[in-house]
Design a protein around this ligand. Structure first.
Ligand SMILES: C[S@@+](CC[C@H](N)C(=O)[O-])C[C@H]1O[C@@H](n2cnc3c(N)ncnc32)[C@H](O)[C@@H]1O
Length: 297
C-alpha cells in the first residue's frame, strides 16, 4: 500500500475511533448517548422506529451509515451474514435477529474502539449468534465461501483499495451468495476532484465511486446481476444508493477476483493496451503493487 493510502486509512481509523469514544462516553447523559452523527442523510433516522426500539441505545447512537442494508438484503432464517465495516454493530444486530438462532452475523472492522462498542452492544442486546472480527475489508479474516450474504453501510467509499474489497467480498461469499450494500455513489459526470469539493474522504464523500465505476469494479470481481439504485441525495450529484449483486452459482468456491478472466493483479484487461486499474483512484502501477498477487510487470 502506498504511504498516501496508509495515511488515509489511519485518518479514517482515527475519525471513527473518536466517534465510538463519543458514544461510549455519552453513556452517562440522562437521556442516553448523543448520536455520533447529526446529519439527517446519515445515521439512525434511516431505520424504522421498531428496528431502533429493539436495539441498545448505544448501537442506535453509533449508527453512521447512509442506508439500511438489512432492509434490502432480504435476509432469511439460518443465513450467514457478513457486515463490512460494522461500526457500533447496528446492522449486525439487526441481521442476527433476522437470521435467527440457526444463522450467524459477523462484523468486521479495523477500529478497536468500534469493536469494543459493538461487543458491548451485542451483550446488552443478548445476541448470541454474532461475532465481531478485527480486520480490514480489503483482507477479510474469514475463509473462502463461508457466508451467504455480504452487507455494508457506508464503508466501501472509505476504502483505499476498492478492487481488493470487491475481490474479498466475492471470495468470502458462497457460490450463489449475494450482496446488499448501502453506499455513497457519485453521478458519472463528476470527476474525483468535483467529488472532493463536495465533502472529505472521512465524511464518506470524496472517496465515493461513480455509478459506472461501482458497476465496473463489481463486474471485474466476478459479480453478476448488478443493480445500483439511488435512494436519497447526500450532496450535489452524490447519492446514497442500494447496491445488489450476486456471485454466480457456478463460480469456483475458492476463487477471488484475481482469478477471473478479465481482471488480474488489480487491473482490468491485464497487459493489453486498454489496461486500467480496477479501482479508478489508483494508477495501474499502484493497483498491481497493491494486489499482492505477484504481478508487477
Ligand atoms: C461510516 S462508519 C459506518 C459504520 C456502520 N456500518 C454503521 O452503519 O453505523 C465506517 C466504519 O467502517 C470502519 N472502516 C472504515 N474503513 C475500513 C476498512 N478499510 N476496513 C475495516 N473497517 C473499516 C470504521 O472503523 C467505521 O467503524
Amino acid at each position: 500500500m502506498s504511504e498516501q493510502s496508509t495515511d488515509l486509512r489511519e485518518t479514517v481509523r482515527r475519525r471513527y475511533a473518536a466517534a465510538a469514544v463519543k458514544v461510549t462516553e455519552g453513556g452517562a447523559a440522562c437521556c442516553g448517548p448523543e448520536p455520533a452523527e447529526t446529519d439527517e442523510n446519515f445515521g439512525s433516522t434511516l431505520y424504522a422506529a421498531d428496528e431502533r426500539d429493539a436495539l441498545p441505545a448505544e448501537a442506535v447512537a453509533a449508527s453512521l451509515g447512509c442506508g439500511n442494508p438489512t432492509a434490502v438484503a432480504e435476509l432469511r432464517e439460518g443465513e450467514r451474514v457478513l457486515d463490512l465495516g460494522s461500526g457500533g454493530g447496528i446492522d449486525v444486530l439487526l441481521s442476527a435477529r433476522r437470521v435467527g438462532p440457526t444463522g450467524k452475523a459477523y462484523g468486521v472492522d479495523m477500529t478497536d474502539e468500534m469493536l469494543a462498542l459493538a461487543l458491548a452492544n451485542a451483550e446488552k442486546a443478548g445476541a448470541t449468534n454474532v461475532e465481531f472480527l478485527k480486520g480490514t475489508i480489503e483482507s477479510v479474516p474469514l475463509p473462502a465461501a463461508t457466508v451467504d450474504v455480504v452487507i455494508s453501510n457506508c464503508v466501501i467509499n472509505l476504502s483505499v483499495d476498492k478492487a481488493a474489497v470487491f475481490a474479498e467480498t466475492f471470495r468470502v461469499l458462497r457460490p450463489g451468495g449475494r450482496i446488499g450494500v448501502s453506499d455513497v455513489v457519485a453521478d458519472d459526470a463528476l470527476t474525483p476532484g468535483q467529488r472532493a469539493e463536495r465533502g472529505d474522504h472521512v465524511g464518506c464523500i470524496a472517496g465515493a465511486l461513480s455509478f459506472a465505476e461501482y458497476r465496473a469494479g463489481l463486474r471485474a470481481a466476478g459479480f453478476t446481476g448488478i443493480e445500483i439504485v439511488p435512494t436519497h441525495p447526500v450532496a450535489d450529484g452524490m447519492h446514497s444508493a442500494i447496491i445488489r449483486a450476486t456471485k454466480p452459482a457456478t463460480a469456483d468456491a475458492t476463487a477471488g477476483a484475481s482469478g477471473t478472466a478479465d481482471t488480474c493483479c488489480g487491473v482490468n484487461a491485464c497487459c493489453t493496451p486498454t489496461e486500467s486499474a480496477a479501482d479508478p483512484s489508483r494508477t495501474v502501477t499502484e493497483a498491481k503493487a497493491a494486489s499482492g498477487c505477484g504481478c508487477t510487470g
